[in-house]
Design a protein around this ligand. Structure first.
Ligand code: NAD
Length: 243
């Protein structure tokens, strides 16, 4: 029960890795704020938490929108007093070459994937307790990538640099900041990816379950990882190791 008495915000908690993480944290005693663009799916996660005897609330939030992020932090503080864990999981992809992509679409990916990490740090950290942890969800695309996903790959690379830098800034507050970089994981985001559908991005190797990532994220967010800081943990079943 590594999260007993801890308040945990999980973005993208209505599906896939975010949902599995929220369920795992709640099963280990965490009080969850499940934030998602899709309130119904966030509420469905919270319904599962409650059915299992856990504690949590759902929040509608576009993580790229400052006012909505601030509202989620305020809801966490109002309900539970402070924040211990933030998991920045929500993200989006585009599949358009850079010369063709609309400026607005490029900046939307950056705002959703990277801006959200900044906003939850800026507005969440002042309410976080010593011993707290931020876990940012990156991707193997930060390291090796495929065509037409430059905004996504760039946002994920930047998340890892942001993670390192913020870990230094927050060390004095005793708040750890780390990232996980998933490989292919069995979620809607994987199977809706046109590059995966076309075979341009090959996922013939190991495919992880959302619960595999939840286990890694919960480890990093917990005091089991007290000496892990500023790191990115690759959780890809060995995919990047093989040339
Ligand atoms: N599935 C994979 O193979 C894979 C691989 C590498 C990295 N990742 C990363 O894992 C994370 C979770 O992805 P997943 O595969 O579980 O996807 P998913 O599609 O199952 O879930 C993503 C969730 O994020 C929510 N979301 C999207 N935009 C949002 C926004 N602006 N504000 C709030 N919520 C928003 C969606 O509504 C959805 O519930 C993402 O950061 C993704 O980049 C996934």
């Amino acid at each position: 029960m590594r999260f007993t008495g801890k308040t945990c915000i999980v973005t993208g908690g209505g599906s896939g890795i975010g949902r599995a993480t929220a369920l795992r944290m709640a099963s280990e005693g965490g009080r969850l704020i499940v934030a998602d663009l899709d309130l119904q799916s966030a509420q469905a996660t919270v319904d599962q938490i409650h059915a299992a005897g856990g504690e949590g609330i759902a929040a509608a939030c576009d993580v790229g929108d400052s006012a909505e992020v601030q509202a989620v932090v305020a809801a966490a503080v109002k309900s539970y007093g402070s924040v211990d864990v933030v998991v920045n999981d929500a993200a989006m992809m585009t599949f358009t070459p850079i010369v063709d992509i609309a400026e607005a679409d490029f900046f939307k990916v950056i705002a959703t994937n990277l801006g959200s990490v900044f906003l939850f740090a800026k507005y969440g950290v002042p309410h976080m307790n010593a011993g707290g942890a931020i876990v940012n969800v990156s991707s193997v695309h930060a390291h090796r990538t495929t065509e037409n996903v430059v905004p996504y790959a760039a946002s994920k690379g930047a998340i890892e640099a942001f993670t390192r830098g913020l870990s230094i800034e927050l060390a004095a507050r005793k708040i750890r900041v780390n990232a996980v970089a998933p490989g292919a994981v069995d979620t809607p985001m994987l199977w809706n990816n046109p590059n995966v559908k076309s075979g341009a991005e090959k996922v013939t190797g190991a495919i992880g379950k959302p619960e595999d990532l939840a286990a890694a994220i919960c480890f990093i967010a917990s005091s089991d990882a007290a000496f892990v800081n500023g790191a990115t943990l690759l959780v890809d079943g060995g995919r990047l190791a093989q040339l």
